[in-house]
Design a protein around this ligand. Structure first.
Ligand code: 1HE
Length: 265
């Protein structure tokens, strides 16, 4: 099943449903998937309206690049209030991904820059093709990140690296980004989407409560104080195990019907 989120034919964001996963595609390859207001609102709508059967999502970009970031062509001199509103709109959209109903896997290739990099940060797992490159040209453009990048990126790669990317316009290659943990999988050109789908399918097969705990509780526990973290962990782990799915999965292992833990080949 395929569902365009904007008007059919020129959907800036298009969503395909494939069983229990959704594949959300940035769909303006002629503009290198630059993100205008319409695209940001369409992304938010896509993630807020995923059908109940969908248990995980993939985000990727059509064409040669994941995303060139903010659409500079449609960026007009906004007054202060409008600029704050615009940034808050990006925040809402990317929060719909990071703290949405299902885990999201980003498949990255080509340019992953500016707001495109900020979008990639909102996913829970990042798969990079060897063509991917990362930059924050905001410093050179005389602006600042506005899509949550200053909150999310330092948590992934550190404050110093994030700062230097904006100070000097440094561009990191896929291998470098992989080296410092921005991507968790590095795959050859053309294989990112397939890998992301494979991971999304695996994630979709988890117990729903476990996925809920992972995307909603774990980041908050990790960022909060220890005492509150232990309390929340105790509550969440009890809630997760008090579920028929948990009990049947544990029984399956004991009855030798479940996979053993083994390194991936
Ligand atoms: C765009 C954009 C864009 C391309 N807004 N139109 N982002 C940037 O500063 C990145 C600017 N873009 C680039 O550096 C390059 O375009 C790329 C490295 C991404 C791709 O290069 P290439 O050679 O494949 O494509 P191109 O020939 O540069 O661009 C093709 C078309 O896309 C062209 O339009 P055309 O009508 O002349 O064909 C470009 O103008 C257009 N295009 N990127 C608008 N970004 C929440 S705050 C976030 C702040 C930011 O994200 S700042 C970073 C902005």
């Amino acid at each position: 099943m395929s569902a365009g989120i904007a008007t059919a034919g020129d959907a800036v964001v298009a969503t395909d449903i494939d069983g229990d996963i959704a594949i959300v595609r940035l769909n303006r390859p002629a503009k290198r998937n630059a993100l205008n207001d319409r695209a940001i609102l369409a992304l938010e709508a896509a993630f807020r309206s995923l059908p109940p059967a969908v248990k995980a999502a993939v985000i990727h970009g059509a064409g040669e690049h994941f995303s060139a970031g903010l659409d500079l062509g449609e960026f007009v001199e906004a007054d202060l209030d409008a600029a704050i509103d615009n940034s808050r709109m990006w925040h809402r959209a990317f929060e719909a991904i990071e703290f949405g109903r299902v885990p999201a896997v980003a498949a990255l290739h080509g340019a992953v820059v500016g707001g495109g990099l900020e979008l990639a940060c909102a996913a829970h797992v990042r798969v990079a093709e060897s063509s991917a490159f990362y930059a924050l040209p905001e410093g050179q453009r005389g602006i600042f990140v506005g899509g949550g990048g200053s909150v999310r990126l330092p948590r992934l790669i550190g404050v110093a690296r994030t700062m230097e990317m904006m100070l000097t316009g440094r561009v990191y290659r896929a291998e470098e980004g992989h080296g410092f943990g921005f991507s968790l999988y590095l795959v050859p050109v053309g294989e990112g989407l397939a890998k992301a789908k494979e991971l999304a399918r695996k994630i979709a097969g988890n117990a729903g409560r476990t996925n809920f705990a992972l995307i909603h509780a774990l980041p908050r526990i990790a960022e909060g104080d220890r005492a509150a973290g232990y309390l929340m962990e105790a509550l969440i782990s009890a809630i997760a195990q008090d579920d028929a799915q948990a009990k049947s999965r544990l029984r399956a292992f004991l009855e030798k019907r479940a996979d053993k833990v083994a390194p991936q080949s």
